[in-house]
Ligand binder design. Structure first.
Ligand SMILES: [Zn+2]
Length: 54
């Protein structure tokens, strides 16, 4: 389970993940390759962070 998010939605993504999993998720900064091909799950901006489950 992974969510991609831009800087604007990083807190939102964390909140959603906590609500869904009841655990605090891992927040990673996306690497350059992922940034090129991935959009934020919540808007049309480029994803800069990856929120994933432990
Ligand atoms: Zn966004």
């Amino acid at each position: 389970m992974k969510k991609f998010c831009c800087e604007t939605h990083v807190n939102h993504a964390l909140d959603m993940m906590v609500a869904e999993t009841k655990e605090y998720p891992i927040l990673e900064k996306g690497d350059e390759e992922q940034q090129l091909s991935t959009k934020c799950d919540y808007c049309e901006n480029e994803a800069k962070y990856i929120v994933s489950r432990k």
